[in-house]
Design a protein around this ligand. Structure first.
Ligand code: UD1
Ligand code: UDP
Length: 373
């Protein structure tokens, strides 16, 4: 059983994933510490989530900030290794998701001989042009405990030769946070604030490099969104990566019914998501949240590492093609809302994770040597 775990968070999608885990540790009397790598640092991308999700203060912020993949990953590794050296009491490292902070801290833990848990293990897009796919494969190969959200994760890990004794299907921590926050989110006055009505708008989020770092593709997508906005007004909270690219493109949306917004704090974003007639996104977490909410989701990508949101949920992969996206919006606008019943997406994933971590280590072969710890 572990007694002094450290939980890592660095970027926006990490915060809704670590919140329920920290709460579950607290309920069980396990003294978990939170370390923030500082990969995301704007208040709207980080601090606002601590209030909204009631996340305890991190014991350290490594303040890594932005940079190339090498700079960011290496920066987190150096800083986290130094932090761990000063904390010999740590007996497990828990990482979530697939961002650079996840793989960096996973590598450090594995090399320090500290058991590593990966929450959201086993997801695969089978697209190695995505930096996240590389991060997922590497961290899953290192982890002692692999906590999967759905059966497809178990199947992917098994196909890679991972021993079943390391794999624990626990459900989806993102959905834990969603269910906990929804009552408070529904009280938020954000629709009035932006002149939107319940069910009367579409919500857009875009931030994948494959789309927003390609100026032609981004310009085409904006043209598509302008046509969608003739059918239904759009609200578009803009990720900082996308904001930078839009500034470079110098596009004008004058006269178009698209409201560009700053990144929204978690409760406000959930209110927008739950109230939208359709969501158009390339986000990973948003595919899952819309499935749990029953809101039609069009994913502007060619693949997804979350196929269960298609087979059981509301998600449709629409790629980047104008006609396909516009036709899918027309279909979605006529669609009834049905929240999907995905097995184990029930708000109790974090509880199951802490239950596993309270038991014996899974397999001696995959527990790294203790290295005097
Ligand atoms: C990162 C993750 C991605 C995740 C996304 C969630 C990696 C490789 N990518 O992508 O998987 O889906 O977060 O949002 O880890 N910036 C700011 N303020 C901030 C943070 C970033 O202005 O607080 C700007 C900087 O110009 C930075 C750029 O956004 O260079 C990209 O940030 P970065 O963390 O490198 O990647 P994301 O695109 O956010
Ligand atoms: N989110 C938010 N405000 C926004 C956009 C997204 O609170 O303006 C939340 C969203 O509800 C989800 C998470 O951020 O919980 C998803 O993060 P993101 O899309 O940045 O990353 P990904 O999931 O694609 O890695």
């Amino acid at each position: 059983m572990i007694r002094k775990p450290v939980v890592i968070a660095g970027a926006r999608p990490n915060f809704p994933k670590v919140a329920p885990v920290m709460h579950a540790f607290e309920r069980c009397g396990i003294d978990a510490q939170l370390v923030h790598t500082g990969q995301h640092y704007d208040a709207a991308m980080s601090a606002s989530f601590f209030d909204a999700l009631d996340i305890p203060e991190p014991v350290a912020n490594l303040e890594i900030g932005s940079g190339s993949h090498g700079e960011q990953t290496a920066g987190v590794m150096v800083a986290f290794e130094q932090w761990l050296d000063g904390h010999p009491e740590v007996d497990a490292v828990l990482v979530v998701g697939d961002v650079n902070s996840t793989v960096a801290c996973g590598l450090v833990a594995a090399k320090a001989g500290i058991p590593l848990g990966h929450i959201e293990a086993g997801l695969r897009s089978f697209d190695r042009t995505m930096p996240e796919e590389i991060n997922r494969v590497v961290v899953d190969s290192l982890a002692t405990w692999l906590f999967t959200p759905s059966e497809d994760g178990d199947v992917n890990l098994s196909a890679e030769g991972v021993e079943p004794s390391r794999v624990f299907r626990v459900g989806n921590v993102m959905v834990d946070s969603l269910f906990r926050a929804l009552p408070a989110a529904k009280q938020r006055p954000v629709l009035d604030e932006f002149g939107l009505t319940e069910g009367g708008f579409g919500l857009v989020t875009l931030h994948r490099p494959a789309l927003v770092d390609d100026p032609m593709r981004l310009a085409d997508m904006l043209a598509t969104l302008c046509d969608v906005a003739e059918r239904i007004p759009l609200a578009f909270p803009v990720h900082p990566r996308t904001r930078n690219m839009l500034e470079q493109l110098g596009v004008s949306l004058d006269g178009v019914d698209i409201t560009l917004l700053d990144p929204q704090q978690y409760l406000d974003f959930l209110r927008l998501e739950a109230s939208a007639a359709v969501v158009i996104t390339d986000s990973g977490g948003v595919q899952e949240e819309t499935t749990a909410l029953g809101v039609p989701c069009l994913t502007v990508r060619e693949n997804t590492e979350r196929p269960i949101t298609i087979t059981l949920g509301t998600n449709v992969l629409v790629g980047f093609d104008h006609d396909r996206i516009v036709a899918a919006v027309d279909d979605a606008l006529g669609q009834a809302r049905t929240p999907a019943a995905v097995p184990l997406w029930d708000g109790r994933a974090a509880e199951r994770i802490v239950q596993v971590l309270s038991g014996p280590l899974p397999s001696a072969r995959f527990v790294p040597p203790s290295l005097d710890r």
